[in-house]
Design a protein around this ligand. Structure first.
Ligand SMILES: NC(=O)c1ccc[n+]([C@@H]2O[C@H](COP(=O)([O-])OP(=O)(O)OC[C@H]3O[C@@H](n4cnc5c(N)ncnc54)[C@H](O)[C@@H]3O)[C@@H](O)[C@H]2O)c1
Length: 282
């Protein structure tokens, strides 16, 4: 059974990368998708292309949303419900990254990470969870909240310390809310990809004078793309998994860390050296 056909899905960060790919896969599966992004032009262009190329009943529309704006998020959810009658899926996917030595983090870096990656998810839950709890069940559930966390939400990632903090928060929020929401027949999942080839590699803020991350560690010759990530994420959503690691390295890294945390120490030490080098002392 296709659990997405005819369903209503709101995807934040839907203009680019993983969010854009989630939107495309959901439209292809016959969902009515609202792409919400701070980049309204990008979301509109993508929604237009998806609707035009849709061979089935799937549709896409776009809305401007800064997830850090609680009232705006509430309005976007209310509008989606008014237009489509219900909200079956909320993909809290918008996110940003800050990379580098924690000594170089400015107060504004911490604030921005917390505002977008944590409060942005909280605002989505505040707006959508009560709507889902109150709406009638369809095919055994009332709604599904899917938060894009990261492998950095499951294990230590030096050089991404602030980012990892926010993604651990998203994992903790997701697995705890999942247990509360179960009795309302609302589902909650966290998607935990390892590195995916998206524009984030170029848009992430790199701290200090360390230069571009790519310059220091080299551009990988191959990375799984956003379409692969979206298809794995939706497969996990279909099976109502609590945590959805994406890529073999995410599965292996997460399991190894749970079983034997010390085994990853050589990797994390190397990452600390390369991504968060000690500033030279003069
Ligand atoms: N790319 C990776 O390697 C990777 C790995 C693990 C997790 N993730 C997570 O996946 C999610 C999507 O990342 P991506 O790689 O597709 O990045 P991306 O940069 O391609 O897309 C992020 C989207 O979020 C939007 N956005 C940023 N701030 C926003 C805000 N305040 N309000 C609304 N929209 C906002 C951007 O405009 C953009 O369209 C993020 O949460 C990211 O942390 C990415």
């Amino acid at each position: 059974m296709n659990p997405f056909a005819g369903r209503v899905a709101l995807v934040t960060g839907g203009a680019s990368g993983i969010g854009a790919a989630l939107g495309a896969a959901l439209v292809a599966a016959g969902a009515r998708v609202v792409l919400a992004d701070i980049d309204h032009a990008g979301a509109s262009n993508h929604a237009g292309a998806l609707t035009q190329n849709s061979s089935g009943s799937g549709t896409a529309s776009a809305v401007s949303l800064d997830v850090t704006d609680r009232a705006a998020f509430a309005r976007v959810v209310a509008d989606a419900v008014q237009q489509h009658g219900r909200l079956d899926y909320l993909f809290n996917n918008a996110g940003i990254a800050v990379i580098g030595n924690t000594l170089n983090m400015a107060p504004s870096d911490w604030d921005r990470l917390l505002d977008v990656n944590v409060r942005g998810v909280v605002h989505g839950i505040e707006a959508a969870y009560p709507v889902m709890v109150a709406q009638p069940e369809q095919a055994g559930f009332r709604g599904h909240i899917v938060n894009t966390a990261s492998l950095a939400g499951l294990l230590p990632v030096p050089g991404f310390t602030g980012y990892a903090m926010t993604k651990h928060a998203v994992v903790g929020l997701s697995v705890s809310l999942r247990e509360e929401a179960r009795r309302h027949r609302v589902r909650v999942s966290a998607v935990c990809p390892s590195v995916i080839g998206t524009p984030m590699a170029d848009t992430a803020r790199v701290l200090g004078e360390e230069g571009l991350l790519i310059d220091r560690v080299g551009r990988p010759t191959w990375l799984p793309d956003a379409d692969y990530c979206a298809s794995k994420a939706l497969a996990g959503v279909r099976r109502n998994k609590a945590l959805i690691p994406v890529t073999a390295s995410a599965h292996i890294g997460w399991r190894l860390y749970r079983l034997w945390p010390g085994l990853l120490r050589p990797v994390t030490r190397r990452m600390a050296r390369e991504l968060a080098p000690v500033p030279e002392r003069h």
